[in-house]
Design a protein around this ligand. Structure first.
Ligand code: ME8
Length: 508
């Protein structure tokens, strides 16, 4: 089984902010989950370099004559950010790379051979902020309503893509594949758009000095979205490594923000249909993050650097927060206050406290735990713990299948509170002296529960999971095992315990 997932490729006119990190982190969590299942995962992210926005930023820095240098500089910033956040992407695609340009040229030719490219006159508006042609009726007081800037007025002879040829096939595909567009709330938006507004689109620019030249017509460069979408193919070998491409295409998931769903669910599948390439299985549109209730923007100067936030409570805490605080698919808000609250209540006092409590009590029983005759083991079915773990796995896997990692995480936290309640009910500390055997049995169950929790949290908080495995001395024993085995009750025996530092120390 392979699993190929992608993030959007980001514009590099600035450094990454928490919104970009959100999409990349969720993708990483999905990638880690599928790896845990033993699947052959390819996780692609990258940058969209042939954009006017980038050129404008280069010019502002006085680097207008050294654009490639500017892009290289920005590429390092983006790559380093993901590295520092521990993102496990398989590759990083840049649209100025020759492998990408080669693939784009190949793709263009296929669409051309299909008879879907023609030359025509484009007269209208173009918003650099959106990198999109804009209808006059969408302007508000002559300005782009999103970017509040005046669009460029264009009169050019361009190449057009016959998108309209694919309108019916697209609608048919969306209807027959209810999972193609997620969440469901976005489906109607896309259907209406395709039905009412999906027209042939200009796919080249005459006056642009930066970009990928149109094959056989170097006077024109390819429209940045047409070029950028193809990254999902060129990132896995299209045009330069057929074997790799066949191994991973079609994509299992394109994760994107809600503002670019139309490009991914209308233009992109139409392009693929024209080129005779199978469509991705699913496009999921996540919501937008605000900061303290406000839109993130350069003018407000409130864009948050994910690296700064990760410094406060660590990377795992940031990953946890973003998944737990924001219902996936909806919008959410980031505030330092909420972040610290969740850190204290869910991490320090939640999983951190649960693990350290169990390990501290288990230490007292350690010597007898090691010698515990399996015949003496608590009947875990009776206690309900084993059953709860089984149900958690079921909810968890189903949630991931629906691309709802937030719900998977919720199920894990429910299991942790179940564990806390189990401790409160059994009050092992009260029987420690008089009934050592019972005490040992309870601890034996609780330790297995901690192991189960550690596997469940792995995709979300890999560093924390690793710390727990070390404390339980099972890191080596679990190596090379995947979910199907790991989730079995007592799949890996816990032999000794080495309590380490608190997983999430209380803030001072
Ligand atoms: O659109 N909250 O790039 P981009 C959550 N290059 N996510 C956010 C966000 C926010 N406030 N702001 C940005 C482009 N994002 C194109 C894509 S793909 C072939 C080309 C995330 O730099 C979100 O995932 O504007 C959004 O879709 C993406 O960044 C857009 O990044």
């Amino acid at each position: 089984m392979k699993y190929y997932l992608t993030t959007p490729i980001y514009y590099v006119n600035d450094k990454p902010h928490i919104g970009h990190a959100y999409c990349t982190i969720v993708s990483d969590i999905l990638a880690q989950y599928h790896r845990l299942r033993g699947e052959d995962v390819f996780f692609l992210t990258g940058i969209d370099e042939n954009s006017l926005k980038n050129i404008e930023s280069a010019e502002k820095l006085g680097m207008g004559d050294r654009i490639q240098e500017y892009l290289d500089m920005q590429a390092s910033i983006w790559q380093e950010t993901w590295d520092s956040l521990g993102i496990t992407n398989s590759d990083f695609i840049r649209t100025t790379e020759s492998r990408h340009k080669k693939g784009v040229a190949k793709f263009w030719k296929r669409v051309e051979q299909q008879g879907d490219i023609y030359k025509g006159e484009y007269e209208g508006f173009y918003c650099i902020g959106c990198e999109e042609f804009i209808r006059p009726t969408d302007l508000v007081d002559g300005l782009c309503p999103i970017h509040k800037r005046e669009p460029q007025k264009l009169l050019e002879r361009n190449y057009f893509f016959s998108a309209q040829n694919y309108r019916e096939r697209l609608l048919d595909h969306i209807e027959k594949n209810p999972d193609f567009i997620q969440p469901v709330s976005r489906r109607n938006e896309v259907i209406n758009y395709i039905r009412d507004h999906f027209e042939d689109i200009s796919i080249s620019r005459q006056t642009m000095k930066w970009g990928i030249p149109v094959p056989d017509d170097p006077e024109q460069v390819i429209y940045v979205w047409f070029d950028a979408l193809i990254n999902y193919l060129t990132g896995i070998g299209y045009g330069w490594d057929d074997e790799l491409f066949v191994r991973y295409w079609p994509a299992d998931l394109h994760l994107v923000g809600k503002e670019i769903i139309k490009f991914h669910c209308a233009l992109w599948p139409a392009m693929l249909m024209s080129a005779g390439i199978p469509l991705p299985a699913r496009v999921f549109a996540h919501g937008f993050l605000t900061i303290d209730g406000q839109k993130m923007s350069k003018s407000l100067g409130n864009a948050i650097d994910p690296l700064e936030i990760a410094k406060v409570h660590g990377i795992d805490a940031l990953r946890y927060f973003l998944l737990r605080e924001v219902p996936f698919g909806g919008d959410g808000d980031f505030s330092n206050e909420r972040f610290s609250q969740r850190y204290e209540s869910d991490l320090s006092k939640g999983v951190g406290n649960f693990v350290s409590r169990v390990l501290a009590m288990a230490e007292k029983a350690e010597s007898s735990l090691l010698k515990l005759d399996p015949g003496l083991r608590r009947d875990d079915k009776e206690s309900g713990v084993q059953e709860r773990v089984r149900e958690t796995w079921q909810e968890y896997e189903e949630a991931f299948d629906r691309t709802r990692p937030d719900e998977a995480l919720e199920a894990v936290w429910y299991l942790i509170s179940f564990g806390d309640k189990y401790i409160e009910e059994k009050k092992p500390w009260a029987i420690h002296k008089e009934d050592k055997e019972e005490y040992t049995r309870i601890m034996d169950t609780l330790l297995e529960l901690v192991r189960q929790v550690s596997i469940l949290i792995y995709p979300f908080m890999p560093e924390t999971a690793l710390k727990i495995w070390r404390q339980l001395n099972i890191e080596d024993a679990q190596k090379g095992l995947y979910v199907a085995k790991l989730k079995e009750w007592r799949a890996v025996p816990i032999a000794t315990i080495e309590r380490g530092e608190a997983l999430f120390p209380q803030s001072k």
